[in-house]
Design a binder for this molecule. Structure first.
Ligand SMILES: Cc1cc2nc3c(=O)[nH]c(=O)nc-3n(C[C@H](O)[C@H](O)[C@H](O)COP(=O)(O)OP(=O)(O)OC[C@H]3O[C@@H](n4cnc5c(N)ncnc54)[C@H](O)[C@@H]3O)c2cc1C
Length: 405
């Protein structure tokens, strides 16, 4: 009996590929029709995710080697390294490569199909699929994997707007445009990640300009306000203001996209529910300090693949296996993400919820100035990607950003 993976984002595609490589029959179902449709992710990653072979190098649009922050008072602060510190991916290209790797491994791929419902029955699941032109199908599979991203459409959907025990879903929404610049704009923005921080740019969030190949720029904003359960619609206003303030409003728009980011703070939610297993953003692997989730989605797929393979190849195939290696999935994944991931996610909540008003701006400015005097570009990367907070004092950062005190 097969596994059905719902959602062909980074997590679902990588998982399907790994399972097929291990000889498992896999069906991958994706509601989109093409990999470039709503390629919502700005896809900035640290350089070690390339070194660890998590990311296909063909999806890299450009390398970056520095950070730039335009603070609440519009002053520019820069940190540059002589080494590459990270990459910006072409997210559509990443999907395209992951999809073709899955297909090459023998995965059955249903594009333009949506998984509507899953019923857990004894030892298997019944799945209802809707396809193009009103087509529908029912399938019986041993496991369904929910790789539907932050919408977690199949697993835990009932937790969407409710606390999970003492945990809560923390969410935000972002929009991004890809602009066709020229050599002058490329020189101006350079090989660095630029962030716009402070209430004058956007409250409860941040704006960004990231470089891409062929003189293109990714320009976006993301807001993560307190107690938000719905998509936010005023991002467009903040984006327009940002584009105008930086003289970018006359460049040709190549693509407009956007999406939600959401994670529970402590990742306390069940990772397996009946015959449904969650992977990637569907089980809160995105870290919301920097809205970063691609490498963690891939990591969760790499973690789940061997456990699911072992379960499927075990002799008790047709009955529920109480000793299944899957029972350790959540624990193993949490260990791989590490305690720093949780601290960072908490810090993200405190930071973005607190970032509004002049007091918060003052604290933020103090923090940015402190970092600009004392810290190198590599150390900023270690702080934001490896969550090395110790040297700044874990308790101090949220005070500086403004939630407490
Ligand atoms: C504005 C924005 C900027 C971001 N920037 C970054 C960044 O710079 N760096 C970074 O690392 N991360 C970033 N992220 C987060 C990152 O994109 C996600 O964490 C990552 O894509 C999660 O991968 P996933 O496979 O779990 O889910 P997704 O990539 O969300 O994939 C889920 C897939 O499931 C499909 N699907 C959903 N429901 C169904 C269904 N019922 N049936 C069939 N298919 C379905 C969807 O169409 C989608 O293709 C950003 C996110 C946003 C919104």
């Amino acid at each position: 009996m097969t596994v059905l993976v719902a959602g062909a984002g980074p997590a679902g595609s990588r998982l399907a590929e790994r399972l097929a490589q291990a000889g498992i029959e896999v069906t991958l179902v994706e509601r989109l029709l093409t990999p470039n449709q709503n390629a919502f992710s700005s896809a900035a990653l640290p350089i070690n995710s390339i070194a660890e072979n998590l990311i296909p190098s063909e999806s890299i649009s450009t390398y970056w080697n520095g950070w730039q922050i335009l603070g609440p008072d519009s002053t520019k602060y820069q940190w540059t390294s002589s080494n590459n510190l990270g990459v910006v991916l072409d997210f559509g290209k990443l999907r395209e490569i992951l999809w073709s790797k899955a297909l090459d491994s023998g995965v059955e791929f249903l594009l333009g199909w949506t998984v509507k419902s899953v019923k857990t029955l004894s030892g298997f699941a019944e799945v209802e699929l809707f396809g193009p032109n009103g087509a529908s199908q029912k399938r019986k599979v041993k496991w369904v994997v929910d790789a539907t991203g932050q919408s977690r459409s199949l697993i835990n959907s009932k937790y969407e707007s409710k606390p999970i025990g003492k945990d809560n879903i923390f969410r935000g929404s972002g929009i991004e445009w890809i602009l066709q610049g020229d050599s002058q704009s490329s020189n101006h923005w350079g090989k660095q990640l630029t962030f716009f921080l402070g209430t004058r740019w956007i409250s409860h969030g941040y704006g960004w300009i990231f470089p891409m190949s062929n003189d293109q720029l990714k320009v976006g904003v993301c807001r993560l306000p307190p107690n938000s359960t719905k998509p936010l619609f005023n991002n467009q206003i903040a984006l327009n203001q940002l584009l105008k303030s930086q003289g970018l409003n006359n460049f040709k728009i190549i693509d407009r996209h956007g999406g939600m980011v959401a994670s529970s703070i402590k990742r306390a939610e069940p990772h397996i529910f009946g015959r449904i297993i969650g992977v990637g953003d569907a089980v809160s692997t995105a870290n919301l300090l920097g809205g970063e989730g691609i490498r963690f989605a891939l990591l969760s797929a790499e973690t789940l693949a061997p456990l699911l393979t072992e379960d499927l190849l075990s002799i008790n195939q047709n009955i529920y296996n109480a000793n299944s290696p899957l029972k350790n999935y959540k624990k193993i994944l949490s260990k791989k993400l590490g305690w720093r991931w949780i601290v960072s996610n908490r810090l993200g909540k405190k930071t973005w919820w607190g970032l509004s008003g002049s007091k918060a701006d003052e604290r933020l400015l103090k923090l940015i100035k402190g970092l600009s005097e004392k810290v190198s570009a590599e150390e900023i990367s270690a702080l934001l990607f490896d969550y090395r907070f110790e040297r700044y004092g874990i308790r101090i950062l949220p005070y500086l950003f403004g939630l407490r005190g």
